[in-house]
Design a binder for this molecule. Structure first.
Ligand code: ZN
Length: 255
């Protein structure tokens, strides 16, 4: 067997099956302009009926179809609205399902690759990854929190709380970093405490937004690992970002 998709781990060998991928893509294309939805099961791709009231923007699978499917390895659906990454509702759905989810974009004529995400999906490289809103996945991309969460999984074996989010949550009045870090097991550094490896810098970059909407992880030696929109994730001197840092926080474990 040739591994053509190095970002997909051993637990997801089925994602390499050309038959399954072809069936998912064909279903997405034939369902357009509605979103397609279905399951990956032991016997392959199982196409389901999208019962959402607004099937061009949502999908809904009946409980009957869930029950009939048997063991579900993954849930997959298409987007027909131009967005090639999971929505906040998709992230919530994946977390409650507890199996990887896949999303693929179609315009009825062309259909993109399936982006798989969820903690069963192999973590992409931390440095040099392209930016995409939301969690990291099989496309090798992610956002600034995805990078922090992946760093903790890879280097500390800690799975931080996930925060379902839209790409522009901070434009919608949300304050996910500052409201969420306590729940995720972090505490603010006290005055005079120096940052250590693994500490997270919460930053404000946009002039009119007071909620911290960017974050990076301190690697020691004066280096900050972070992932800015439209840039590759990178290690940079923390000093360069000092004026944007609103708060340093330290992971102490969730109780
Ligand atoms: Zn979706």
């Amino acid at each position: 067997m040739t591994m053509t998709q190095p970002t997909v781990g051993a637990a997801m060998r089925w994602a390499l099956s050309q038959d399954i991928i072809a069936a998912i893509k064909a279903h997405a294309q034939s369902s357009y302009p509605a979103e397609s939805c279905g399951f990956v099961t032991r016997s392959g791709y199982l196409a389901c009926t999208n019962r959402a009231a607004d099937p061009s923007n949502q999908f809904l699978i009946s409980p009957d179809e869930y029950l009939k499917a048997g063991q579900i390895f993954a849930v997959v659906h298409s987007h027909t609205n131009g967005r090639d990454y999971p929505s906040e509702a998709d992230m919530r759905g994946q977390l409650s399902a507890g199996v990887p989810w896949g999303v693929l974009l179609t315009n009825g004529q062309e259909t993109g690759d399936v982006l798989w995400w969820g903690d069963g999906v192999q973590i992409p490289d931390l440095i040099g990854r392209p930016f995409r809103p939301g969690p990291s996945g099989s496309d090798g991309k992610g956002d600034c929190y995805a990078l922090i969460r992946d760093w903790y999984r890879l280097t500390r074996g800690v799975t931080l709380l996930e925060f379902p989010r839209e790409s522009d949550w901070f434009h919608q009045g949300q304050n996910l970093y500052e409201d969420g870090f306590g729940k995720a097991g972090f505490r603010p550094l006290a005055a005079g405490e120096q940052p250590q490896e693994g500490d997270v810098a919460l930053m404000c970059l946009l002039p009119r937004i007071t909620a911290a909407h960017h974050a990076g992880i301190y690697l020691g030696g004066g280096l900050l690992l972070h992932h800015l929109d439209r840039r590759l994730s990178a290690r940079e001197p923390a000093e360069r970002w000092a004026k944007h840092i609103k708060l340093w926080i330290r992971y102490e474990g969730s109780s």
